[in-house]
Write a protein that binds this ligand. Sequence first.
Ligand code: NAD
Length: 478
Amino acid sequence: MKKYQHYIDGSWQDSISKDFIEVLNPSTGEVIGEIACAKKADVDSAVIAAKKSFDNKVLVDMPLAERARLMRRIAEEIRKVADEGGKIISYENGKPISGAIKEFNDTAEYFEYYAGLTDKLEGRTIPVGSGIFDYTVLEPYGVSAQIVPWNYPIAMIGRSLSCAFATGNSSVIKTAELTPLSAAEHLAKAFHNADVPKGLINIICGYGEEAGHYLSSHSGVNQIVFTGSVVTGKKILHAAAEKIIPAVIELGGKSAGIVYPDADLDKVIESAKNGIFTNAGQICTAMSKLVVHKSIKDNLIEKLSNLARSLKVGPGYEKDSELTPIISEKQLEKVEGYARSGIQAGAEAVAGGKKIERNGFFMEATVLNNVTPDMTVAKEEIFGPILSILEYEDPEEAINIANDTDYGLAAGVFTKDLKQASWTANKLESGQIYINKWFAGGLASTPFGGYKQSGYSREKGQDALMSYLQVKNVGIQI
Ligand code: NAD
């Protein structure tokens, strides 16, 4: 069985305890590798390495043109490992290989995007009257701890790490215990081959309650970036509050698309395929509800159920697989339980509704009709391939249904009327609005983040930069 290691201070290392975590292939349930399991001593080593590189000002004193060149070299090296690394993501996470490779390519793009900004982060001079010259300086926090989930094991690292690096922070990344292999081997190899000075980027894996908790409360950490569930997000915020350090918080979602009567239904179907059935719906911004006008509901339901039934089920590493597995048996039970609860509450499964009897952890692509806003399936994040259909008659009613959730990560609108689309976008309480295409506008340059319990601060785009920088004001008596 292949053993994978932490990447600390520029080299691959076992845990000091020599403990390992088994990693499963969710398409078969078989063990595919073992990853070193970080305990307190390993977290200490990673934080100390990061702190040393920060205290030695390795990145801070590097001429900015050189930092930008280094970031472009990292991007090049990431592209070189994308095919091999993508294959491993597909084995550990289950997703289609094309989407897995894209995670590496997106990460390369994040590095290129922020390489272009790293030498453009400027302070200001502030007129304060005669006798005093006043200016501001933007400074990194120091050690940035980044804790990531399993659904996008590389891309979630890419968007935080690239911004942390561009702003001069040193990083410790804790990968998810279910999907750590591609980062431990391929991403770390890209950093190594790009000659990233040691200590600037450290990648460890360990259990959340143990290594994650210890890292987030570590006295050597100066800023936290957390991507994951609301339950864990609250724990991270408590840890950050104890030390009074800032945290970027990217949590779950329960996102609805509103379908107006004039919508192009082919676009809705395409969005359902990508937005709720890709990666088996294990996407924070999944299109988990459609709020559909009464006049077109029957027609759309027929198209959606045909789509759900037509998807080819299989592992992401097998050609043409469209409906890939849920990450674990436990998660599959949970997702199936949601479908059951919806049906018991009065929804009708017009497609799917159960787990699939085969090796691995597969759930049928499910479309639930006649869902009402009070049902659990309409309120809670499912994180599986279940699309709930709710009906409306009046646009204000549709917006109330879409906003009736504690989350605010994404929302969508399908209409040919741009005036109606922008009116709706203004009223939706959400960090991302997709018009006529789910995920429209999701690039390295566009800010991403949540409203309400989906979190705060932003990742990606220029808006993310200030989450990784602090402002120092300097006044000089002339
Ligand atoms: P999770 O909260 O269980 O775990 C996320 C990470 O936190 C893992 O690395 C885990 O080991 C670690 N962790 C767990 N307990 C911890 C603790 N007490 N202290 C510190 N770290 C701890 O989430 P998950 O199940 O891995 O991911 C799914 C969730 O992530 C969903 O809710 C999804 O919507 C969300 N997500 C959000 C975004 C976004 O950008 N908003 C992106 C992807 C996923």
